[in-house]
Design a protein around this ligand. Structure first.
Ligand code: 2YG
Length: 276
């Protein structure tokens, strides 16, 4: 999994309006609408203001990314939730979040990034949140994917998770990855996924692209009018690419917003159960 850097994170909190505007402009939906569409719930069926979120800085492995926790807290606030960053880190931070009454706890080490719903004991993770958020945005921007062919560039955790989300929305899926083993593993797991090994040919023959790879995609490869939903970091699309294509990207907010809404929806599911 590619790790965010301090530089990628430093301006997130002050650019959340821009992300929302980008989603409205490109995909016809706000950040909250995208997150609800990603898990197929009606935005009116969930009251995000009810939820208190605790974000815990985690020092393990390569350690803290500056402003990561604050950014997560601001992202969930921007979709209407209450949230705080714990004063303490790691296990002490977990105890602090519980003591302060967090309903949902966000934390990330170098391998997993999760949103844990305390009451329901279920959690949402970044691979699902990012894949489903960017698929929802692509679906909106393409005005539906039924019968359309979508190229997945990058068969890592997010790209692989996106494959069945795309087929569930009626798309035909092609996958390309510099690591042929990864693209074949993905194609083995999902029926009717085609493989294209040459990334230049793959990009230049597809209008709809879900880019979940860290690779640079030269603008020369991109079709005029392409729609590229791209969680991939580092984000290296240049001016020329932005002129030719609709490009949907942010380093953290789209995945985090889906995680928050999915974690909150676990409570609703329990409420529905106890209503019977
Ligand atoms: O608590 C901290 O500050 C650090 N332990 C956070 C480490 C996060 C590492 N993970 C990543 O950089 C990305 N996988 C995060 C998700 C990117 C959005 N799709």
């Amino acid at each position: 999994m590619t790790r965010l850097t301090n530089d990628m994170v430093k301006d997130i909190s002050t650019s959340l309006e821009n992300v929302n505007d980008m989603l409205v402009r490109c995909a016809g939906m706000t950040t909250k609408e995208m997150a609800c569409d990603a898990i197929a719930i009606d935005p009116n069926s969930i009251d995000l203001e009810e939820f208190q979120v605790g974000v815990i800085p985690i020092t393990s492995g390569l350690g803290i990314i500056s402003k990561f926790s604050e950014s997560v807290s601001d992202i969930v606030k921007a979709i209407g939730m209450e949230s705080f960053v714990t004063e303490t880190t790691d296990v002490t931070g977990f105890a602090e979040a519980l003591t302060r009454g967090a309903d949902i706890i966000f934390m990330a080490d170098d391998y997993e990034y999760i949103a844990f719903n305390v009451a329901s004991k279920k959690y949402s993770n970044n691979s699902f949140g990012t894949a489903s958020g960017y698929v929802a945005a692509l679906n909106g921007a393409a005005k539906g994917l039924i019968g359309k062919t979508v190229l997945i560039a990058g068969a890592g955790r997010v790209g692989s998770r996106a494959a069945n989300l795309l087929t569930a929305r009626g798309a035909k899926v092609i996958v390309t990855d510099v690591d042929k083993e990864k693209s074949r593993a993905l194609a083995d797991n999902f029926s009717n996924v085609m493989i294209m090994d040459d990334i230049a040919e793959a990009i230049s023959s597809n209008k709809y692209i879900l880019n979940a790879s860290p690779a640079h995609i030269p603008s020369e490869y991109i079709i005029e009018g392409a729609i590229i939903s791209t969680p991939g970091i580092p984000h290296t699309f240049d001016e020329a690419a932005y002129r030719k294509a609709t490009i949907i990207h942010d380093p953290l907010a789209i995945g985090t917003a889906v995680m928050a809404v999915q974690a909150a929806s676990f409570s609703n599911q329990d409420k529905k159960k106890c209503r019977r």
